[in-house]
Design a protein around this ligand. Sequence first.
Ligand code: CUA
Length: 345
Amino acid sequence: MTRKRGIRLFFAAAAALPAYTANLPEHRIANIFQPLATPAQSEYDIAMLVFAITGIIFLGVAGLIAYTIWRFRRPEGATEKQEPPQVYGSNQIEVAWTVLPILIVFVLIGVSARVIAAVENASPPQAALKVTIIGHQWWWEVLYPDYNIVSANEVHMPATRDGRHATYLQLQSADVIHSFWIPQLSGKTDLIPNRTNFMWMDPKEPGVYFGNCAEYCGTQHANMLLRVVAEDPAAFKQWTLGQQQRVVDDSRVSDGRQEFESLACINCHNISGLGKASAGSKFGPDLTHLASRQTLGSGVLKNTPENLRRWVNDPQVDKPGCLMPSMKLTPDELTKIVNYLETLK
Ligand code: CUA
């Protein structure tokens, strides 16, 4: 391919992008250069320090090479090879290029060790919010053990400028290794089967932070999107109250509820209040407050009634390979089920 054609193709692809993403939730670019929590900030600082040190070394070495090339170039008109004066053995230079790198390495080790200890060893204060995250192929289960809340794919937590409200995450996996990463809040931590890992974050600004699974975990790894919804403490409290509320059965959608209970939905999805049949169904995301969430299918679709219909009708269209099959519902069944699910605020 010619270079010109390549460039044209690149711009064509870039122009086509908005059309492709129109159906997706707003993906703000998750940026490690805009840290908004303590762990991300200290990791950013150390990255900048390393960048500065290596940058100075690069400029020094590249500058010397450039200078040498220019200074000792072959004089114009000269036909014979000419060499600059050769220097053999210099104790000062030997000592300098041994001691300097050692000092640099020790500085980097010391600073890294301090940051790693501060990020990894922080133990949760009594009052910290505790959240358990369980990675599944290809979605996130989100549990608030102290509040008795079960949710999926978005993690709500309080945010305060002074970092008083830290959230501690216990990370587990139901199947293979995943990795939890919200670039603006913290580094990556793996979710490993039969093991519990920890991480913490203290968002300084309310907002929706985007992230993704950061460890290849199968077909739909790229669509294992994550969002942290950081709110001021009062709004977070409000959210917990809403999630704890038992959904009132709306008699207008009772036929949809019956469809849900009589079809296979109930074998994989829990809706609290539905009774024994669905309690303990943990194979798919808990749907108790599905309508309060921002996305469907772990971030592939915005949570709107049209998209919910599209998703339930055939999840394989938007997330090929995901573990939910198309149930081949009739349009009437689909309407009833979607209307019912829409009431689960
Ligand atoms: Cu989960 Cu990649």
